[in-house]
Design a protein around this ligand. Structure first.
Ligand code: FES
Ligand code: FES
Length: 156
């Protein structure tokens, strides 16, 4: 049946079964392939998007559970102030290795920083614990979040 979902500020109508995971709708129906499939079981974080600003696993979120909530994906996170700072820090510190996990990492990091502009190491570890990186970029990720937080603090 048709569902109206709000993705990156635009209402899209998708005709899928209600139990279809948001991840498949984004990738296969809407052609938005920036959000990645890793495990399909809410275990790796590769599919992380924001729903009403909260980092959420799109593989474990059915389309009929979203309602009028706002979905933000990696394609649009750079248009937010926090997302732009996170992406700048990612580039400055050359965080990415193979890249596969990184859209999910950036989505989790930007949700953290939007909610907590000065996260401690422990805050960062807690927020990022569900995002797996096979390339082991964890230390650079933590440094980049700190750099983005500093940029936020300098703004005031
Ligand atoms: S693909 Fe969703 S958490 Fe792994
Ligand atoms: S950069 Fe390769 S899996 Fe994270």
């Amino acid at each position: 049946m048709p569902y109206d979902i709000k993705v990156n500020g635009i209402v899209r109508t998708v005709d899928v079964d209600g139990d279809t995971p948001l991840l498949w709708v984004l990738r296969d129906v809407l052609g938005m392939t920036g959000t990645k499939f890793g495990c399909g079981m809410a275990l790796c974080g590769a599919c992380t998007v924001h729903i009403d600003g909260a980092a959420t696993r799109a593989c474990a979120t059915t389309i009929d559970s979203i309602g009028t909530s706002a979905i933000t994906t990696i394609e649009a996170i750079g248009a937010t102030a926090t997302g732009a700072k996170i992406q700048r820090a990612w580039l400055d510190l050359e965080v990415v290795q193979c890249g596969y996990c990184q859209s999910g990492q950036i989505m989790s990091a930007s949700a953290l920083l939007a909610a907590n502009s000065h996260p401690t190491d422990s805050d960062i570890d807690d927020a990022m614990a569900g995002n797996i990186c096979r390339c082991g970029t964890y230390l650079r990720i933590r440094d980049a979040i700190k750099q983005a937080a500093l940029a936020t603090g300098q703004e005031g």
